[in-house]
Design a protein around this ligand. Structure first.
Ligand SMILES: [Mg+2]
Ligand SMILES: [Zn+2]
Length: 195
């Protein structure tokens, strides 16, 4: 996990402080193993428009991602940095950006930040002391994204599958989740910007 400082949004009447996003399976297509290079990074349909809509609402957008391959040797830091540069470029085509990416680089059972443990959320909230959990939301495609968020009083939306717990909030995909958060059906019809 990386030490970061996340500045408060400049929009005073924003509805949320931070929307946390899982990466693989939420923003981009999940692959077997690890996304090791830009060629393997493919945004999910609607993800770019959804992140742009979040940006436009004034909320900070923070990605929280497990990348255990860094610990096992299946993924290098150089590869991960390239993937995240490519992610920024692809999002930029939609006029979208993420404000921070926090990574758990550890193997299972060796840290307090590999989701479903809450360490990445704690780190993000330390970096954004102005944010309140009750004004944050997590969107992810796995129970391990939802569990730590709910444990901290953060609203969570599971995307892309049936929740193991029927009381969990779910949406079809990131676009659907963001459309609901912002009460903005136009999220679904935005087009990418040129370039
Ligand atoms: Mg995921
Ligand atoms: Zn960790």
């Amino acid at each position: 996990m990386t030490a970061v400082s996340i500045p408060p949004p400049v929009v005073p009447d924003r509805r949320y402080d931070i929307v946390f996003l899982d990466r693989d399976g939420t923003i981009n297509v999940r692959v077997d193993g690890y996304v090791r290079g830009p060629a393997e990074l493919e945004l999910l349909p609607g993800a770019g428009a959804a992140v742009a809509a979040l940006n436009g609402s004034g909320v900070r957008v923070v990605v929280l991602t497990n990348q255990r391959g860094l610990a096992t040797g299946d993924l290098t830091q150089v590869q991960l940095d390239e993937v995240h540069r490519a992610l920024a470029e692809r999002l930029e085509r939609w006029g979208a950006h993420v404000d921070a990416i926090l990574v758990c680089p550890h193997d299972e059972g060796s840290c307090d930040c590999r989701k479903p443990l809450p360490g990445l959320f704690h780190a993000a909230l330390r970096a954004a002391p102005w944010a309140h959990p009750s004004r944050c939301v997590m969107v992810g495609d796995m129970a391990s994204d939802v569990i730590p968020a709910l444990s901290l009083g953060i609203r969570a939306i599971l995307v892309g599958g049936e929740p193991p717990d029927p009381s969990w909030e779910r949406a079809q995909d990131l676009q659907g989740a963001v459309g609901r958060l912002l009460d903005a059906p136009e999220v679904s019809v935005r087009e990418p910007v040129d370039g």
